[in-house]
Structure formats: structure tokens, C-alpha cells
Design a protein around this ligand. Structure first.
Ligand SMILES: Nc1nc2c(ncn2[C@@H]2O[C@H](COP(=O)(O)OP(=O)(O)OP(=O)(O)O)[C@@H](O)[C@H]2O)c(=O)[nH]1
Ligand SMILES: [Mg+2]
Length: 328
């Protein structure tokens, strides 16, 4: 089976693993009448199930501090020992025709103390992935005018990583900005506008890189804010004696329930991009196998198209760059 690699990118604690959990969990709920199916391998399914329970436990208390009691991703024996999450994508009840491999890693690989093997691993991961999802810790981007954005989301390092990984790029790539823990900022039109403006400001150097003559023809940039819990909002920020920020989150009501929003949107964009490359029918090296992906299966193509067409373009969702790669 042909395989496509996708990277979950971001420093520690921003929400990479949570985002992956939410994408998977909400696919089933949102695929609706579309005849598509996403099937995880057994181990991925078990891990994601555990993570989902942890995510839902945010609702057990009225107010919780970010990253408390929840394990970060670990790779005890180095990058080689990391496991990825594979999902078969295809028609319901039929053997999948495409495998999506989501790579998740410990965000510590972005830190100065990361060793050479870890840094190299990250560059290769980004280089070899068709799609990269940048998970953004939204309160760090938004609160106190983004004072903690650099410290927590590390945009400059992310820019340097892309600079290295995308050298001599010769085929299209999609980079999705996915704000997480963003419930508070999607309350109304004004706050949503501010969120979009702040993303463009907070990642201005990266966006400039993508707009460079070399890269611009190949890059698609999309913003997809994901409310992985829905009913837990950022409440306040405290700074400890070492100037480390602590973010607190609160349920919107005492009886609030788990109500995630839009978690499947990155997948809709991903499939829209792949479908476009398939229909384009040119030879892309990296993506050559996509030419025969949907083959003669018109029904599967229709199902993919129907799902892809559900990608949102308002309410915080925006194509920042490269719409022609999404035009189906
Ligand atoms: N309130 C709130 N907290 C969240 C949300 N998503 C993640 N968190 C919290 O953020 C913390 C980090 O999430 P992870 O998904 O483990 O972060 P990560 O990027 O995988 O981190 P590493 O594995 O260390 O690189 C956890 O404590 C989560 O509970 C969210 O949507 N809302
Ligand atoms: Mg993780």
C-alpha cells in the first residue's frame, strides 16, 4: 500500500499528541454520510484511546493548569525508537488504498539541549513529509500580547527548521497552522480576527520564508483552529518566581461536557490537497503514486471529494497561501 507521511510539529506541551488524538477521534463523527473509513493499526488505536481519556479528564475539575499529570511523548531509545501512528484510508468495508503515517515526537527535540541525532531526525521528518501540522499553543500566542509566544511556540526555530528541510524543494507541500487550546479566541468575529492577525504576526518570518521566490510556488498554508475539548477555555496566567508562565483553563459551566469542534478539518484539507495532486495528473516525483491512487474507483474519488469539500474557510479558518493547490 502506498504511504504518505505527515508530521505533527511543535515544541513540548503545545498539543501535538492531543491534536492527533482529536483528528482521529473526530473523523468517525464527522465523516457523516461519506463512504470513507480511517482505520488505525491496533497499537495506534490503543495509545490514542488512552490519550483521549486523558484529554477528557480536563473536564473532571473546574479549573486545571496546563500540562499537569499528563505525560509528554517519550522516546527512551532515541528518535529511532519513536513509533508513528498509521491509518489506512479507504472506502468503508474495503481494504484501504492509502496509508497515512502521522509522526509525533517529543517537543524537546526543538530545545537547545537536543542532540545532533534528534535535530537531524526532525529535519528529515519535515523534508520527507507531504504535510506538516504546526500545533500552536494559542494562549501563549495571544495573552499579554504574545509575550510568551517565542518561549513556548519557538517560531524562529521552526522557521530555521523549514529553511533547512525545504532546500531545493521541487514538489508541493502543505503546512497547516493549527491553533490548539483556542476556544476562548473563537468566541466572536472580533476575537477570531485577532487570532488570525496574531498568527500572521507571530509567524511572520516563517511566512516570509514560504513567500520567497524559491519556495512560494510549492507551498500551501492554511489556518485550522481546533477546539479539541470545546468546553474548556483559557482562564488566567500566572508567572512563577523564575518567570515561567502557567496557563490555567476552566470549564465554561460546572456541568460542561466534552464537545470538540472542527478536529477533522486538517484531514479535510489534507485530502483536498491530495485529491488536487491526483487530478492534476502531472509527475511530481514525491507524489507520483497519487496519480494512480483513486484509480478507476469513481466512488472512492467521489467520497474523498465530498469529504474534502467540507473544508471550512470562515470562522478562523483561512487559506493563507497557495489556494491553487486546493482548487478541486
Ligand atoms: N485546555 C486545554 N488543554 C489542552 C488541550 N490540548 C492539550 N492540552 C494540554 O496541553 C498539554 C500538552 O499536550 P500534549 O498533546 O501532550 O503536547 P505535546 O505537544 O504532544 O507535547 P510533547 O509530547 O511533550 O512534545 C496537556 O497537559 C494537555 O492536557 C486543549 O485543547 N485544551
Ligand atoms: Mg506529545
Amino acid at each position: 500500500m502506498q504511504e504518505l507521511q505527515i508530521t505533527m510539529l511543535g515544541p513540548t506541551g503545545v498539543g501535538k499528541t492531543t491534536l492527533l488524538t482529536a483528528i482521529y477521534e473526530q473523523f468517525e463523527t464527522n465523516v457523516g454520510l461519506t463512504d470513507l473509513q480511517l482505520t488505525p493499526d491496533d497499537e495506534s488505536a490503543a495509545i490514542l484511546q488512552d490519550r483521549l481519556i486523558e484529554l477528557k479528564s480536563l473536564l473532571d475539575v473546574f479549573e486545571a493548569r496546563g500540562r499537569q499529570g499528563i505525560q509528554g511523548t517519550e522516546a527512551i531509545a532515541g528518535p529511532e525508537s519513536l513509533r508513528s501512528f498509521t491509518f489506512g484510508l479507504g472506502k468503508k468495508g474495503i481494504t484501504p488504498s492509502l496509508q497515512l503515517r502521522f509522526c509525533d515526537y517529543p517537543g524537546g527535540y526543538h530545545e537547545t539541549k537536543a542532540n545532533a541525532a534528534e535535530k537531524k531526525f526532525l529535519t528529515e521528518l519535515v523534508r520527507d513529509s507531504a504535510v506538516v501540522l504546526i500545533a500552536i499553543d494559542t494562549p501563549a500566542l495571544m495573552e499579554r500580547k504574545g509575550k510568551y509566544h517565542e518561549k513556548i511556540n519557538r517560531p524562529s526555530q521552526i522557521k530555521d527548521l523549514f529553511k533547512k528541510a525545504y532546500q531545493d524543494l521541487e514538489s508541493p507541500r502543505m503546512v497547516i497552522f493549527a491553533p490548539i487550546k483556542c476556544e476562548k479566541y473563537l468566541k466572536n468575529d472580533q476575537s477570531t480576527k485577532e487570532l488570525l492577525a496574531q498568527i500572521q504576526k507571530g509567524y511572520d518570518l516563517l511566512l516570509q520564508l514560504f513567500n520567497s521566490e524559491q519556495l512560494s510556488p510549492w507551498i500551501v498554508n492554511v489556518v485550522t483552529p481546533i477546539q479539541t475539548v470545546g468546553s474548556v477555555h483559557f482562564s488566567r496566567l500566572e508567572v512563577d518566581e523564575y518567570n515561567n508562565p502557567r496557563f490555567y483553563f476552566r470549564k465554561i459551566r460546572h456541568d460542561a461536557e466534552y464537545s470538540p469542534q472542527d478536529s477533522e478539518q486538517p484531514l479535510r484539507y489534507l485530502l483536498r490537497f491530495l485529491l488536487k495532486l491526483h487530478l492534476d495528473n502531472r509527475s511530481w516525483g514525491f507524489f507520483n503514486f497519487l496519480r494512480s491512487w483513486l484509480g478507476i474507483d469513481q466512488y472512492l474519488q467521489k467520497a474523498v471529494e465530498e469529504f474534502a469539500r467540507g473544508s471550512k474557510t470562515s470562522g478562523g479558518f483561512r487559506v493563507l497561501k497557495g489556494d491553487r493547490w486546493l482548487d478541486i
